[in-house]
Write a protein that binds this ligand. Structure first.
Ligand SMILES: Cc1cc2nc3c(=O)[nH]c(=O)nc-3n(C[C@H](O)[C@H](O)[C@H](O)COP(=O)(O)O)c2cc1C
Length: 251
């Protein structure tokens, strides 16, 4: 398909529609993704641009039993961590001694948010929990919802992205472009998706299942499948706000 510059064309209209209507899916149907459909989305993803076309990432695709084993491994660690967090000194000590449940990811997912990003982080969290009817102080319900991350929100397929440490930040940038290509292709093909930084918390259960070269580091996962007709999938945190686009000094 060729696109003539500056003209009103359907590719531009379609793209705007696609980019603006994609939303994160946080409740999936258990239906499997047909083989051909999954291949199309993955093939689109591989066309993402990257630094010198190095494609400095690896994508591990998990489904069926393999997906279930990883889910079990992640949920086990999540449960241990939650119990230690809210439990006795003994539980906390056990966590430190056995190290099971302690994050073993390649990047930390538990950091102090910069002040200037807190506002939108809070608004997104509050909006999502309000839609789910979860009270801010209801820690049990919040933990249950957090655990859904490690259950991949019920998605039948999950893709784990690993970035080459040798290209530093640029591998992460390139992987980000690939992730967005995946999300948009999935949306165009009628699939729901959710990028999940939370899935970088524990790398062990994923590495155990794939031959991931040592220099590739787990940066995130993407859950993929058909969206369930649930209110949580209507959540739209909006965009923009002042400050994203910088104005030149003279305007
Ligand atoms: C790198 C990245 C990591 C994310 N991590 C999570 C996550 O761990 N759990 C989750 O529910 N959503 C996660 N999201 C989804 C964002 O919360 C979501 O993209 C944002 O709120 C905007 O909503 P939208 O995707 O529906 O437009 C992540 C998105 C990105 C791009």
């Amino acid at each position: 398909m060729s696109v003539s510059p500056g003209t009103n064309n359907s590719a531009a209209d379609n793209f705007s529609e696609l980019a603006r209507t994609r939303r994160s899916t946080r409740e999936f149907l258990p239906d499997p993704i047909p083989e051909e459909l999954l291949s199309s989305v993955i093939s689109d993803t591989l066309w993402a641009p990257s630094w010198s076309n190095t494609q400095p990432y690896r994508i591990a695709v998990a489904r069926d039993d393999l997906r279930n084993r990883i889910e079990a491994g992640l949920c086990e660690r999540f449960d241990i961590a939650v119990k230690a967090q809210h439990g006795s000194i003994f539980r906390k000590l056990m966590l430190l001694v056995t190290r099971r449940g302690l994050p073993d990811g390649d990047f930390t997912t538990n950091f102090k948010y910069p002040k200037d990003l807190q506002l939108s982080r809070r608004a997104t969290g509050h909006g999502l929990y309000a839609l789910l009817g979860i009270d801010r102080k209801d820690h049990a319900a919040r933990n249950r919802q957090m655990r859904r991350n490690f259950e991949f929100f019920g998605a039948p397929v999950v893709l784990f992205f690993f970035v080459h440490e040798g290209l530093r930040e640029f591998s992460v940038l390139d992987a980000g472009i690939a992730v967005q290509t995946l999300l948009l292709s999935a949306h165009a093909h009628g699939l729901g998706s959710c990028a999940q930084g939370a899935l970088a918390t524990w790398a062990g259960p994923v590495r155990k299942e794939f031959d991931v070269p040592e220099q590739y580091k787990l940066i995130c996962g993407v859950s993929l499948g058909f969206a369930a007709p649930k209110p949580v999938n209507q959540f739209n945190p909006g965009r923009g706000g002042p400050g994203t686009i910088l104005l030149d000094r003279n305007s």
